[in-house]
Ligand binder design. Structure first.
Ligand code: GUN
Length: 284
């Protein structure tokens, strides 16, 4: 079997085209969706991520601001800035790029964001809404993975979905979203004893560990769907995911590439959440 590619680049294009049209409609009513992005410190990967987020906002016609602070900013200064953004009517979404420097309590900063502007879906009330199956903003990366599964009309009901990784940003919310669609879900992590025995039972595998070759061909059932959330650099400095793409492509029915897979979908779902935040506030 040679797996079909699920292209995040292509899927993002079509979703962003639709978002652009919805922004035009909103702007005729005098509303421009606005996203505030906050970056603290000089983490090079974070600098690239936030630049891409701001650029994507411009491309779909959003208003966006990028506030870059030195790593020396105090927690209370950062909290004051968030309080101001909470009150700013031009801003519908607030994103604090993680990680934050060690002297700042990231949870306290995230909980300071107005849940109505929590387009990253990291606020405790967004997390609680996801657990309870209530409306709320879903974290963008797992939300993007769900859109990719939807794009191939993958019926999750009754299927065995295995998530490798248990982070707050990807693994845990991913498992809840799959459960919401009636999959039987297993979460695997660093203390899982026989990962291969579990992944071999999976109809869909989502890998979000941050390590090269976590999933190899011998660990995948023929015809399974594989979503690779990883973003690593190999010895030659080339971008690659957590999945042995070449090997697993020969066994899986569908696979997401890296780059061009989940990465662009994360930003697309951020745009979607921000658009929704603007629509909710202005269309009663
Ligand atoms: N750091 C790594 N991924 C993310 C993300 O999706 N959102 C934010 N805010 N920070 C991150």
């Amino acid at each position: 079997m040679t797996a079909n590619l699920i292209s995040g680049t292509e899927l993002s294009k079509s979703i962003r085209t639709r978002i652009t049209l919805e922004v035009k409609e909103l702007s005729q009513k005098g509303v421009i969706p606005g996203l505030a992005v906050i970056l603290v410190g000089e983490n090079p990967a974070s600098q690239v991520y936030v630049r891409n987020k701001v650029k994507a906002c411009e491309e779909v016609g959003f208003f966006s601001s990028l506030d870059a602070y030195p790593a020396s900013i105090t927690e209370s200064e950062l909290l004051n800035h968030i309080h101001a953004l909470n009150k700013n009517p031009k801003i519908h979404g607030i994103l604090v790029q993680l990680p934050l420097p060690g002297h700042i309590d990231a949870s306290r900063v995230i909980e300071a964001i107005d849940p109505a502007k929590d387009v990253d879906g990291f606020h405790i009330s967004s997390a609680g809404a996801l657990v309870k199956g209530l409306p709320g903003y879903w974290p963008c990366t797992p939300f993007g993975c769900m859109k990719m599964l939807e794009s191939i009309n993958f019926e999750l009901k009754g299927k065995h979905a295995v998530v490798i990784g248990r982070s707050h940003i990807v693994g845990k919310p991913m498992a809840l979203m799959l459960l919401d669609k009636n999959a039987t879900v297993t979460i695997c992590h660093s203390a899982t004893t026989d990962l291969k025995a579990i992944t071999l039972q999976a109809d869909v595998i989502v890998v979000a560990v941050g390590k090269i070759n976590v999933l190899t061909a011998d660990m995948v059932k023929s015809g399974a769907v594989v979503i690779d959330v990883g973003m690593n650099r190999d010895e030659e400095g080339k971008l690659c995911g957590d999945v042995d793409f070449e090997g697993v492509s020969k066994v899986a029915s569908y696979i997401t590439p890296v780059p061009g897979g989940v990465g662009p979908m994360t930003i697309t779902m951020l745009l979607q959440n921000t658009l929704e935040a603007a629509q909710k506030r202005h269309i009663a």
